[in-house]
Design a protein around this ligand. Structure first.
Ligand SMILES: Cc1ncc(COP(=O)(O)O)c(C=O)c1O
Length: 412
């Protein structure tokens, strides 16, 4: 229905001109609009008329306000795709086998003919390479041992302090003593599973989940209980509760925030329910929070660790998706399993790369990480909207697509 507004409404006229630019793609999805102040100055209109014009476009779903950033062109497809149905995994605890599928993905990875949608890694152009390199040089120059010695098995103290500080953003209050540094998230997951399971044990995972998780489980001789996963709100807790009775589940391993490959995010209230349920059953929960900092909305989602009262949540994350995949730096907060994780770390690789730890600690200490994350989140949000737009335009009708609110992954 078209509402006829009086033509003397100045804000409508301005809004309609902006709308035309969006229609003609002169302004593309994810593009930033002029600030309210600049719009007012350039168009010779009052601030309130500028605001009204943007509110008008916002109410039509054409633009969106992003916190502390301004107004952006929004993705609003004419033919919205449906969200795919949740998976229906086998109702059994199964041995894991994914080698063939993973080999075929990796064999194709470097093919120049293919655009790879299979690897979840940031493009280097999105990373603060120059500033991070400055931190590397600074660390080399100012470290008394030129970063040549082994680091402490638990990890560089300054880095652990910085990671503890970051926990404030997800509602935590870690101290440096709670944190153990690892070579990326994969090492953390492997130590966690080794610390709390033995071959033949059943571990619950989201369905589908990141193939790397299956690989570690396979190498440890574990069985997987796949838990159906809602494509918006994540793992099905009711199903999990019943599965715990049927399969003698020894641990759960979930990626609750913007998981790979779905992009779903468990709402904070549901995270609390999950932690409470597992605490009642004394089942450890491995929480891989590698994507948690990459939210598109106003606030960072909480973690399961936030609600952990018994030290049963083994939390981990890494800088692989946000800063430097090649530096191979991750972290854990293993709760009551900390000593076992440190023993495993000592046994498996003595300590994590010193130069990488000191450099990232320096980068964080100087406030550069916060600054970088703010930009990265914006860039990833824009990229995600542009993918949607391209899929809407070029993919066949009838496909379904998830709508992640953060991270790198969506599924169709
Ligand atoms: C959910 C999840 N966990 C862990 C990893 C691997 O992390 P890292 O490179 O820090 O070992 C990935 C990488 O794709 C991932 O998607």
């Amino acid at each position: 229905m078209k509402i006829n507004l009086k033509p003397d409404h100045k804000y409508i006229e301005v809004a309609e001109r902006i709308e035309k630019l969006i229609e003609r793609r002169a302004l593309k999805v994810g593009d930033k609009l002029l600030s309210v102040r600049s719009l007012s100055r350039e168009q010779g209109i009052s601030l309130s008329t500028s605001f009204q014009a943007y509110y008008h476009l916002e109410s039509k779903g054409l633009i969106e306000a992003r916190p502390q950033s301004g107004y952006y062109v929004k993705f609003s497809p004419r033919d919205t795709f449906e969200i795919p149905a949740s998976s229906e995994p086998a109702e059994e605890a199964l041995p894991v086998s994914v080698d063939e599928m993973i080999s075929s993905v990796y064999n194709d990875l470097r093919s120049p003919k293919l655009l790879s949608f299979s690897l979840s890694a940031p493009d280097v152009s999105l990373l603060p390479s120059a500033k991070l390199n400055k931190s590397v040089l600074h660390s080399l120059r100012h470290s008394p041992d030129h970063c040549l010695s082994y680091e402490h098995v638990q990890g560089n103290e300054l880095l652990r302090k910085q990671i503890a500080k970051l926990s404030f953003n997800w509602g935590g209050s870690l101290s440096e003593d709670d944190v153990v540094i690892t070579a990326g998230c994969m090492e953390a997951l492997s130590f966690f599973l080794k610390a709390i399971t033995k071959p033949g044990d059943a571990v619950a995972n989201e369905s589908p989940t990141f193939y790397g998780i299956f690989r570690v489980m396979q190498s440890l001789g574990l069985k997987v209980v796949e838990v159906p996963t809602d494509l918006v709100t994540g793992v099905d807790i009711n199903y999990l509760e019943q599965a715990i009775e049927r399969f003698d589940i020894k641990a759960c391993l979930f990626v609750c925030n913007f998981n790979n490959p779905i992009g779903s995010c468990v709402p904070d209230e549901k995270k609390k329910q999950l932690v409470d349920l597992l605490a009642k059953k004394e089942i450890p929960l491995i929480e891989d929070d590698i994507y948690g900092d990459l939210y598109f909305g106003k606030t960072r989602p909480r973690t399961c660790k936030t609600y952990d009262k018994k030290g049963l949540v083994l939390h981990c994350g890494s800088f692989s998706k946000s800063l430097a995949p090649g530096h191979r730096i991750g972290w854990t907060a293993p709760g009551r399993f900390k000593d076992t994780v440190i023993q495993l770390k000592r046994m498996h690789n003595v300590s994590t790369n010193t130069l990488a730890q000191v450099s990232i600690a320096h980068f964080l200490q100087n406030g550069r990480y916060d600054f970088h994350l703010r930009r990265l989140r914006k860039d990833l949000h824009t990229q995600c909207l542009r993918y949607f737009q391209a899929i809407t335009e070029f993919f066949p009708k009838g496909i379904r697509i998830t709508r992640p609110q953060g991270g790198f992954c969506f599924m169709d």
